[in-house]
Design a protein around this ligand. Sequence first.
Ligand code: HEM
Length: 396
Amino acid sequence: MSDAELTATLPHYPFSFRGDVLAPALKQFLVHEPVTRVVTNAGAPAWLVTGYALARDALKDPRLSRSALSDPAMPQEDSGAPPFAVVGTMILLRRAGLRDEAVRGMSPRQQYVPLPRVRGIAEELLVAMAGRGSSGDLVEDFALPWAARVTCELLGLRPAVASEVSTWFGLMATGPLADRLLPTEWPASLSRLETWMDDLAETGLLPRLKQLNEASPHPLLPSEMLELGHMLTFSGLANPAAFLAACGLALARDPGLANRLREQPDLVPRMVEEVYRWAPLLGDSITRIAMEDLVIGGVQVRAGELVMISTDAANHDPAVFAEPERLDIDRDAAPHLRFGQGRHYCPAAALNQLQTEAALHVLLARLPNLRLAAEPPVTWRDHHSVLMPVAVPVHW
Ligand code: HEM
């Protein structure tokens, strides 16, 4: 069978852009074929890993490389999307000796945007939303501007650019949307950031890294510093915004749960932890290239093949999480894989958890009668690498 014939017969990944239920195809694969052959947006054949233990082990497996993805000769998940944000971040930071400082700046120890300030930003947004009437949209009025403002303060971008940064969520495009949008929009966003990087705030992770870079024996070039800033801006915006929207949607749909959290605010961390597990967030996958022949879950994978890991599916593995589709803040189960695993584990995981908790405390307090509006129904943005509703219409 030729490559073209083979890929024509394979299921096309991804299967859905909904972030509130796992795609039915992923549920099937999880149970019946936890390592399966699919075809990517770029038309490349790939292995898709869905089972929890297999996904966890694959994320930790040194034979599966992330850096090899930057080789254009390797099979790709997407043709139009730029080499995704996080791929090069740590390589650049390590080379210039800036890794430790950057990791500290993405951890709960950072003080660029302290938690009271994170809460304050949420307060401002929700007070403004409530001031406009008795209905609003938790995406455009809350999750996106909150993530953009928190990220700008963390990174040391001027507050005035936050509203433009929030529109960059649209650049997390995949598939046909990426092919259409990114050839012009990606370089345009880079050149905007270049201007902003010449006028950074006094404090923030980027000014700090810039300052240390000047003294580094292996300094990054200005173009690499720009790339780094770009990657961190997208990382700080996209997942945190989509995740806060997912939490907001879950609470607006379940007033009983919201009331329970109002009465027992110390349960908010459990809620956040469970939404990390429950909410699918990946419009793409976590990708790796096999550097040698290996066997995953009894399936032979050859050197040079693309391996895609669906942590969304893994987090719904019924062998590990009973009734996985149920959002249950009382469950005691294995840790979710939302932030990856092993050497690429997200350095901002603990910080995002605390910041999201802070934002949710404010949401619960400010909108005591939060409800999902019946109209318009919640729909999801197609062809984005991070799953996000178009809007979460609410009233209170
Ligand atoms: C809900 C929020 C977030 C989620 C779900 C998330 C998810 C992830 C995942 C799954 C990885 C591992 C990717 C892989 O294994 O290939 C990762 C890595 C990374 N994330 Fe996050 N992330 C979040 C927030 C952030 C934030 C706020 C930042 C920075 C401001 C950030 C910066 C990074 C960086 C730099 C890496 C690369 C780490 C490495 O290669 O060692 N993330 N993130």
